[in-house]
Design a protein. Structure first.
Length: 281
């Protein structure tokens, strides 16, 4: 019989700076995973590694309080399933886990996401803002690049909104199984994908680039556009805090982009921009 596995669940009060730091720590492999709700931030780890996890968090947040609880496998699975509810993107398009398909109105379109280790279920503000921005900027037949694709949610949504060729890229090899499963669930085998470092790319040619990452990657990526063989006609930048707006708009201007819109949800923003024409430069 397989032994039950226990987890430690550490809860922080909702704070944009703590959220950004935890995102960064997850990306660097300093903590195993995190979850964000409307009211709190959670770090989840193997109970057997709890001492090392606590030490890491104390060093990162010496003046921040948190609470802890122990979760058994069944408690973790039930809590996650109950927490991931369908989200209406716009009109008749929904993001939903496969176990809530029966809640979607008949005849409506779905982006089915089975959550795994990959970021992107539609519950985080940055993903919801990116999806919202796509409804106004994506055009039928667009060639789309999804840079930092995670679970594939934006790629799949783009395809269902009418995009033409969609290519997804991420630097984390761990996303492969989850991304492949989500493409299968959505009958989206025509979406191509690869694992590579987007900051090493030389050509970003496309009609629309979806970039839901973080400021510390977005800014050097925009700089790289200046020396790239080809660049996106339009971009959607998400994974950004409201306080990052000035830096991001300056970087877009330096890379010959004009800001079209800034959407905000709580402390998070998504920025839509279009490449300036030769006459505007």
């Amino acid at each position: 019989m397989k032994a039950k596995k226990s987890w430690i669940k550490i809860r922080f009060e909702k704070d944009p700076h703590v959220s950004e730091r935890l995102d960064r720590m997850t990306e660097l492999g300093e903590i195993p995973s995190m979850e964000e709700t409307d009211f709190a931030l959670f770090v989840l780890g193997d109970w057997n590694n709890r001492k090392a996890l606590r030490k890491t968090l104390r060093e990162a947040f010496p003046d921040t309080a948190w609470t802890e609880e122990v979760l058994e496998d069944r408690d973790w699975n039930r809590g996650w399933i109950e927490g991931f509810q369908p989200i209406r993107v716009h009109g008749t398009l929904w993001v939903t886990p496969p176990w809530h398909l029966d809640q979607i109105p008949e005849g409506h379109e779905t982006v089915i996401i089975n959550p795994g280790a990959a970021f992107g279920t539609g519950t985080h503000e940055s993903t919801r803002l990116a999806l919202q921005a796509m409804t106004g900027l994506l055009k039928k037949g667009d060639r789309v690049l999804d840079l930092g694709c995670g679970s594939g949610i934006l790629s799949i949504a783009a395809r269902k909104m009418g995009a033409g060729r969609v290519h997804a890229i991420d630097n984390d090899p761990e996303i492969g199984d989850n991304l492949s499963e989500n493409l299968r669930l959505n009958a989206a085998a025509d979406i191509s994908w690869e694992i590579r470092d987007i900051l090493a790319m030389r050509d970003f040619s496309c009609d629309l680039a979806l970039i839901n990452i973080q400021k510390h990657i977005i800014l050097p990526l925009l700089e790289r556009f200046n020396i790239a063989k080809g660049t996106p006609e339009r971009v959607i930048l998400a994974g950004l805090l409201f306080e990052h707006r000035g830096d991001v708009e300056t970087a877009l201007e330096s890379s010959s982009y004009k800001v079209l819109d800034v959407l905000r949800m709580n402390d998070w923003i998504a920025v839509s921009a279009i490449r300036r024409s030769i006459n505007e430069k």
